[in-house]
Ligand binder design. Structure first.
Ligand code: ADP
Ligand code: MG
Length: 687
């Protein structure tokens, strides 16, 4: 007798369930997706005991007739696909026809469904994959699916479930995501005792974000929108001789991006606050994660992460969603195009909004472990794998324990005198929160914040920032619309210096409010841009040293010097070997002398020596130039603890206001902080 046997359906379903449902949140995900696919505009999610005991999803979608309702529990039974070709352009969230039979095989399930025009609906009861009861019933239009005792017949799985609160946090995170991407729909989530989310329909994503996260967090986010036409389709075209001349030319469509991104001072320790939706499907994608990190490169440290909500829209044939049973991974047909589009659009938005650190916000700027914008890590989503082209040194997605971070409402910051007038009270989802209120509050929140320039005396960082800029301006294709800040850095030009704080920070005022400017990093930025500009035009002002400065170097450093000597010369240096291990510097850019000059040279040499091969060193001329300029700027900029006369402060502020790319420094350190007029008034309780 043969050894091979075809598995009974029930076993096959349980195996599939292993891939599709591994915890209550994944059940909720599948059921929610079904409700959305059914065109529901109102969806209620109820959970008990973190979903272990009960999950019920009720929608007002198109429902099913009795035959369909029974068929829905057969494996691979779906209304969303007909042919294999349909797989190439999937417009629904589901398509595999696996979810319902899988869930039904590991729980006690009750389906109640009714089509809108039908006089009666159907009720079907299933336990562990066995149909127990099918009957007609008078039901409201739509579908309600109740899943009880999840994994009651698969104890091994049940054991893997985590604490109720953890499971609940995953469910909440999931519902939150879908609520975010569908602001026009009504989402409710209830536990046995509480309303966890009540989000009536709103017109715009900003309002939905406000409903879910509150004013505090929304205030930290800026909107972005971009659009770019596709130059070619991702699917192969038939050769010209096979093409039917009567067939209309295929529309290529456009890439569209909208969403929100955080100002540089809002930094997270992990990626849990980055949400990417492709055609309204929540996905985890390391390509797009990388694009986002690239956009923020040198704006926040490589070990921190921004908060980003990205909604990408593209023709459905441009994205293959049939990659993973849980449908959380996708494959783009034009990967590079999409990667660059996201990176460039976000980068351009970051540059043009020039977000400024509000005075109080900056105090909280350090990446914090607990205040996440969203509930806990979404563990059921596959994590980006190891080979991801992602900057090293980032903490894992689980850097923070889910329980400690779970929060549906925004974390409260340190108490500050005065609160925003429109800030909702705790328990904010009461009936008094009308649509108008949301809208008004959301609009108010997007009124201008102010831009700030930031930098630090960080060696390579200015240089990379510069190189990145050059690259971006060159490749920018996306049309980016960003709400421009009214008061941006240009308003620095109108500042009147009042004096210095401990000879290190300049205090200045204008109508915007009170500013505090870090004199060293501000001057550094000014010098950096000047050096780069004058290097291209008339050359750098150099000064001849009275006595050559001798700098001792190791042999490998001498070799690096030989490599970059030309470039140094163009930047105003005159230096030559003086014996095998010594360098004699005879001239240097104005303002750079003594110990600082020596430090600057060794710094550039060490950084450049980091590149592995000569050719890599040479190829990266742009980086080298930036690096040299950054290093000169850092070492000749006004130091802290230096008294400044008022003309000098005045000059510095004017020059700073003219700098080109004054966003944040790579370490998130601000260059200028503003204590706005509003904040001041509020603090004194005048408003
Ligand atoms: P898929 O979503 O991949 O098609 P499922 O197993 O999740 O597979 O669902 C099977 C079918 O049941 C769907 O194709 C759909 O026709 C129907 N269905 C499931 N949930 C609902 C719902 N809430 N409202 C209407 N029809 C539904
Ligand atoms: Mg489905």
């Amino acid at each position: 007798m043969g050894r091979i046997r075809v598995l009974p359906d029930q076993v096959a379903n349980q195996i599939a369930a292993g891939e599709v449902v591994d915890r209550p949140a994944s059940v909720v995900k599948e059921l929610l997706e079904n409700s959305l696919d059914a065109g529901a505009t109102r969806i209620r999610v109820e959970v008990e005991a973190g979903g272990r005991k009960l999950i019920r999803i009720t929608d007002n979608g198109h429902g099913m007739n009795r035959d369909d309702a029974l068929l829905a529990f057969e494996r691979h039974a779906t209304s969303k696909l007909r042919t294999a070709d349909d797989l190439l352009s999937i417009a629904t969230l589901g398509f595999r026809g696996e979810a319902l039979p899988s869930i039904a095989s590991v729980s006690r399930l009750l389906l109640e469904t009714c089509e809108p025009e039908s006089s009666s609906g159907s009720r079907i009861e299933i336990a562990g994959g066995k149909i127990l009861r099918v009957e007609d019933a008078a039901l409201p239009a739509g579908t309600s699916i109740t899943v009880q005792d999840l994994f009651f017949n698969t104890p091994a799985r049940r054991k893997f479930l985590r604490a109720e609160s953890t499971e609940l946090s995953h469910v909440t995170a999931l519902v939150t995501h879908y609520a975010l991407v569908h602001p026009e729909k009504h989402f409710e989530m209830l536990s046995a005792t509480h309303t966890l989310l009540q989000a009536p329909p709103v017109a715009r994503s900003a309002e939905r974000i406000y409903q879910i996260f509150g004013a505090e967090n929304l205030g930290q986010l800026l909107p972005v929108a971009a659009e770019a036409p596709l130059e070619h389709g991702g699917l192969p075209e038939p050769p010209p001789w096979k093409r039917d001349p009567n067939e209309p030319v295929r529309e290529l469509g456009v890439l569209r991006l909208s969403g929100f991104y955080s100002k540089p001072e809002l930094q997270k320790l992990n990626r849990n606050s980055i949400y990417i939706f492709v055609n309204k499907r929540l996905i985890r994608d390391r390509l797009l994660m990388h694009a986002i990190s690239e956009a923020y490169r040198n704006i926040i440290p490589p070990t921190s992460f921004p908060v980003v909500l990205l909604f990408l829209e593209m023709p459905s044939e441009e994205v293959d969603v049939n990659v993973h049973p849980a449908k959380t991974e996708v494959r783009f047909r034009q990967q590079n195009r999409i990667h660059d589009f996201v990176r460039d659009s976000l980068r351009a938005a970051l540059i043009s909004s020039r977000p400024a650190a509000g005075f109080l916000a900056a105090l909280d700027a350090a990446p914090l472990a607990s205040p996440t914008l969203m509930p806990s890590p979404v563990e059921h989503l596959p994590k980006p794998s190891e080979d991801a082209p992602i900057p090293p040194g980032e903490p894992g997605a689980d850097g923070v324990s889910p329980d400690s971070t779970f929060r549906l409402t925004p974390p409260s910051l340190t108490p500050q005198p005065g609160t925003l007038a429109f800030e909702p009270h705790p328990g904010q989802f009461g009936p008094e929160s009308t649509l108008e209120n949301w809208a008004e509050a959301a609009t108010a929140l997007f009124s201008p914040a102010v831009a700030n320039p930031i930098s630090s005396c960080g060696a390579d960082t200015l240089a990379e920032e510069q190189a990145q800029d050059i690259a971006n301006t060159a490749t920018m294709t996306a049309q980016v619309e960003v709400r421009r800040e009214q008061a941006n850095l240009n308003s620095l030009g109108s500042l009147r210096p009042l004096g210095q704080l401990r000879d290190s920070f300049i205090l200045a005022v204008n109508d915007d409010g009170l500013w505090i400017i870090d004199q060293h990093v501000a001057h550094e930025r000014v010098l950096f841009e000047k050096i780069l500009a004058s290097r291209d035009i008339e050359g750098i002002q150099r000064q001849r040293l009275l006595m050559p400065l001798l700098v001792d170097l190791q042999p490998w450093q001498m070799a690096v010097f030989a490599d970059i000597a030309d470039e140094l010369e163009k930047n105003g240096f005159e230096a030559e070997p003086f014996g095998p291990r010594t360098l004699a510097v005879k001239a240097a850019p104005v303002g750079l002398e003594g110990r600082e000059l020596e430090r600057m040279l060794t710094e550039v040499i060490e950084q450049t020596g980091g590149s592995e091969t000569n050719s890599a060193r040479r190829q990266d001329l742009e980086t080298l130039r930036g690096r040299i300029a950054a290093s000169i700027a850092c070492h000749s900029a006004i130091k802290v603890n230096t008294p400044l006369e008022s003309q000098k402060m005045d000059w510095l502020l004017k020059e700073l206001s003219k700098t080109k790319f004054p966003t944040s420094c790579p370490h998130g350190r601000p260059r200028a902080l503003r204590y706005s007029w509003k904040e001041i008034q509020r603090a004194f309780q005048r408003i």
